[in-house]
Ligand binder design. Structure first.
Ligand code: SIN
Ligand code: FE
Length: 286
């Protein structure tokens, strides 16, 4: 469930044996854990280790690939410096992924900074990431593409505490019979109304239903098999969050970089959630 890799540098070359373990682990649903890899903050960046950097509305501060910063209370020079720190994280994680994995066409999506203590944050069940879930976002249809996320715990002292759940196939097999019928025309309408960026496919509808149904199911949350993982300060981890059931229960100050990739980039596209769901449901989900 955890594949621990003793990498200590953001750039390769990495040993072939390390690269093979990374690829096999990642695609089969493990979390790649880098205990010796730290994303170091410059002295002046330590001012950002403060929940007041957030505007208090969104969970995370985000920087899109064009450099636009959202949901921070900072303005002027401090906002610029925060954006620069996030850009450096985006560059570092991109170079690590390029050197460690064989994927040649990876889209760099958003970077987030998570400055608010996870424990005690109040929100609706559906947006509560303290509940076990796979990632699926209402406004961002993936149409089968993968969501790969790189996390760094940049807190000075507190671990980031996660739960990691059962394999995707077991989870999907249990929930598929319960998820609702497709609403014809809804995806088309959402695209027209600008609710989604591009049209949701049947795959997106299924993934959203799995996400929501799992979060609403108190018995699943309490009783489904899961393991506790503490990611220590100064460590990093990388995971396909569209496949690995995860929940973040505690911790403050993390950075996260999202990447998207087509399943034909994978060594084993049959392991992708879209292929698993197609096999289980007996229909094409493209
Ligand atoms: C999530 O992706 O569900 C939250 C992970 C985290 O913030 O540690
Ligand atoms: Fe998540």
């Amino acid at each position: 469930m955890l594949e621990t890799l003793p990498i200590a540098s953001w750039t390769g070359p990495y040993a072939p044996e390390m690269k093979a373990r990374a690829l096999a682990g990642l695609e089969s649903g493990a979390v790649l854990f880098f205990p010796n890899l730290a994303f170091a903050l410059a002295e002046k960046e330590k001012q950002f280790l403060d929940a007041r950097v957030s505007d208090g509305k969104a969970k995370n501060i985000s920087r899109d690939p064009s450099g636009k910063l959202q949901s921070t209370a900072l303005t002027g020079k401090p906002a610029k410096d925060l954006a620069a720190m996030m850009a450096r994280f985006a560059d570092s994680t991109s170079s690590l992924i390029t050197d460690l994995l064989p994927y040649r066409d990876v889209e760099r999506a958003r970077t987030s900074f998570r400055p608010v203590q996870v424990k005690g944050r109040s929100q609706s069940k559906i947006s509560d990431d303290r509940l076990l879930h796979i990632d699926a976002f209402p406004s961002r249809p993936m149409r089968g593409r993968r969501i790969l996320r790189f996390f760094a715990n940049v807190a000075p002292a507190s671990p980031r505490h996660w739960h990691v759940g059962q394999p995707f196939e077991d989870f999907a097999r249990g929930f598929l019979p319960r998820i609702g019928p497709d609403l014809p025309g809804k995806s088309w309408l959402y695209e027209k109304l600008g609710v989604t960026r591009g049209r949701r496919s049947l795959y997106d509808e299924m993934m959203l239903s799995l996400h929501d149904t799992a979060k609403r199911d108190d018995s699943f949350q309490a009783n489904s098999p899961h393991q506790k993982v503490d990611f220590p300060p100064q460590s990093c981890w990388l995971v396909f969050t569209d496949m690995v059931l995860h929940a973040a229960l505690g911790g403050e100050f993390a950075l996260e970089q999202t990447f998207h990739l087509d399943i034909d980039q994978m060594a084993e596209p049959n392991l992708a959630p879209i292929r698993v769901l197609e096999r289980l449901s007996g229909r094409s989900l493209s």
